[in-house]
Ligand binder design. Structure first.
Ligand SMILES: Nc1ncnc2c1ncn2[C@@H]1O[C@H](COP(=O)(O)OP(=O)(O)OP(=O)(O)O)[C@@H](O)[C@H]1O
Ligand SMILES: [Zn+2]
Length: 562
């Protein structure tokens, strides 16, 4: 015992000396990766024009990238031992939106890497319960996770990497940390990170969330020391290592994989706020100890939690208070979930409930109805009183500028959506239906520009109104739109015939009584088509129609799951 204590002590002393040499060398050579201590150093490089909240400084900072037009971005992936739920959906959809904004609005190519945690205590426990191998269990839930992400239209990372396929790199990484004097092995086969060896550099995120501490061997130098390598217990999966058979600790996988992909420096690291401490804290400690640098990742972005309304706890697998993504998609569409995410800032906690989803749905419906009204106006189906074109052009220019400003300000999507909704409101105000056009000039260009802009921005956010309507409709038998078009045209003619008034100058013109059943039949058809997703609106003598994407998407999901 005494011997072991002495050995550990000497390792730490050696480590402290090397730490000093390594960090000071780095400080001379790299401004972004070289300052010891907790002070954040603004990276030198290329300013994106975006300000983003950096958890390392707890304030908004200009987002500066090491390489022009390219962001290296690492995110922690799921631990795959159960179904993906709306909490995961929320975190990954929110960051997907941020990445889309960076790339489409600010011209930054995002290179995104994500690790899949396919070995850990919970996976092993679950595989025993299910009587399957941990490899089988994790692969099954990993596949499911990837499918769920695709059904939510999350752009897949450039690379997904599995922990189990990187264990030899992890072992080499741990050896590097030990060599640099920041970790020690115990006789029992554990390897721990030596927190005291980095002095006051530990603690960037302390207090971000409650520390849960780490259970394990009591042979640690400091209770805060955390596992880099754990010996395997009988029946557990294991890998050979210089410290005996075992498996990696949780935090080391991310440091290793991120470093493998991006080297010694990273622009952006993301994850849910629960990961800030201890997971990201420990990732930083390990990576900076391995690379001997002072600022490994320049920006840490953390998303707020999704809670079930009325609950203070986050939705999570271990608490078993979750709604799976698949179940959710039976009732709502991917577009609706995205709008739900867009309506709150990505850093805030978000309450999930039917009423918050109803708000998202209404928002999309308002936009969709406006687009259809514009289409009807442009094609001449909808007659309107003269439009104040200049006012609308101005509104459009204002919206473009305020949307961009909002997104450059820490990706403020609620403000951007509100700018779009304001544009829709003003557009709608100008679309005042009249029964006869009276030769009014047609202002198609400005409405066309507005609709194009709204669709473009929604497309940046991953809300794809265009394809979910048109492609969805085409997918259903190939010609649903054409059929509905023919049907409503026929109905319009019948209706116009039924609405014709009797010519009798002595009385107020009345409908022909024998044509009233035709009018009723037209109303019945309209009512019956609505639950099928075909919405017909009678506007004076003319009618417009639209196919609701929600119905099509839901039907598509049901077909896919059956
Ligand atoms: N309710 C939630 N709201 C927002 N993000 C979440 C939520 N739950 C998980 N995440 C995020 O999803 C990612 C993967 O998390 P993880 O697989 O650890 O999920 P989990 O359900 O919290 O699991 P566990 O209950 O086992 O801790 C992390 O970035 C995590 O922060
Ligand atoms: Zn991680």
């Amino acid at each position: 015992m005494l011997l072991r204590t002495m050995w550990r002590h000497s390792v730490r002393l050696r480590g402290a000396k090397r730490l000093y040499v390594g960090f000071s060398t780095a400080a001379r050579t790299r401004s972004c990766c070289g300052t010891p201590g907790k002070t954040w150093v603004r990276p030198s490089g290329f300013d994106t024009g975006v300000k983003t909240y950096n958890s390392l400084t707890k304030q908004k900072e200009p987002l500066i990238l090491a390489r022009e037009g390219v962001a290296t971005w690492y995110s922690c992936g799921p631990t795959v031992y159960d179904h993906a739920h709306l909490g995961h959906a929320c975190s990954y959809v929110r960051f997907d939106i941020l990445q889309r904004i960076l790339s489409r609005m600010f011209g930054v190519t995002v290179i995104h890497a994500m690790v899949i945690t396919d070995i850990d205590d919970k996976i092993i426990k679950r595989s025993w319960e299910e009587n399957v191998s941990s490899a089988f269990l994790s692969r099954m839930y990993e596949d499911e996770f990837k499918k769920d992400m695709l059904s939510l239209k999350v752009i897949p990372p450039a690379v997904y990497l599995r922990v189990t396929e990187n264990v030899h790199h992890i072992v080499a990484f741990i050896e590097g940390i030990i060599r640099n004097g920041h970790a020690y092995a115990t006789k029992e086969g554990d390897v721990y990170f030596d927190i005291q060896s980095i002095g006051d550099r530990y603690g960037r995120f302390v207090g971000a969330v409650e520390s849960q501490g780490e259970t394990g061997s009591s042979n640690k130098c400091d209770p805060r020391d955390f596992a880099l390598w754990k010996p395997s217990k009988p029946q557990e999966p294991y890998w050979e290592s210089p410290w005996g058979r075992g498996r990696p600790g949780w935090h080391i996988e991310c440091s290793t994989v991120a470093s493998r992909v991006f080297g010694r420096q990273l622009d952006i690291h993301s994850g849910g706020i629960d990961l800030a401490f201890p997971h990201h804290e420990n990732e930083i400690a390990q990576s900076e100890a391995y690379h001997q640098c002072g600022q490994w990742a320049n920006y840490f972005l953390h998303s707020g939690h999704l809670h079930l309304k009325g609950s203070t706890e986050k939705m999570s697998k271990s608490l078993k208070n979750y709604i799976t993504i698949k179940d959710f998609l039976q009732s709502y569409s991917a577009n609706e979930f995205r709008m739900f995410c867009l309506l709150a800032k990505y850093r805030s906690a978000i309450d999930y409930s039917d009423s918050s989803m109803a708000e998202a749905r209404t928002c999309l419906e308002t936009i969709s109805n406006f687009i259809h009204a514009v289409q009807a106006y442009v094609t001449g189906q909808l007659q309107c009183s003269p439009v104040q074109e200049e006012v609308l052009w101005e509104r459009l220019a204002e919206t473009k500028s305020s949307t961009l400003k909002a997104l450059a300000d820490d990706f403020d999507t609620p403000r951007a959506v509100s700018a779009l909704m304001n544009l829709v409101y003003h557009g709608n105000r100008q679309l005042q239906p009249v029964s006869t056009c009276g030769g009014a000039a047609h202002s198609s260009a400005v409405f066309g520009a507005i609709v194009t802009y709204i669709r473009d921005v929604l497309d940046v956010f991953g809300v794809d109104l265009l394809h979910s309507q048109d492609a969805g409709a085409l997918g259903h038998g190939g010609n649903l739109h054409a059929v509905v078009e023919q049907l409503t045209r026929f109905r319009s003619e019948v209706r116009a015939f039924a609405l014709t008034r009797q010519e009798d100058s002595s009385k107020k013109p009345a409908l022909y009584p024998d044509r009233i059943p035709l009018l009723k039949a037209c109303d019945t058809l309209r009512t019956d088509l609505a639950p099928l997703g075909v919405l017909i609106k009678d506007r004076g003598a003319t009618s417009t129609w639209e196919i609701k994407e929600r119905h099509l998407e839901r039907n598509k999901n049901q077909e896919e799951s059956s």
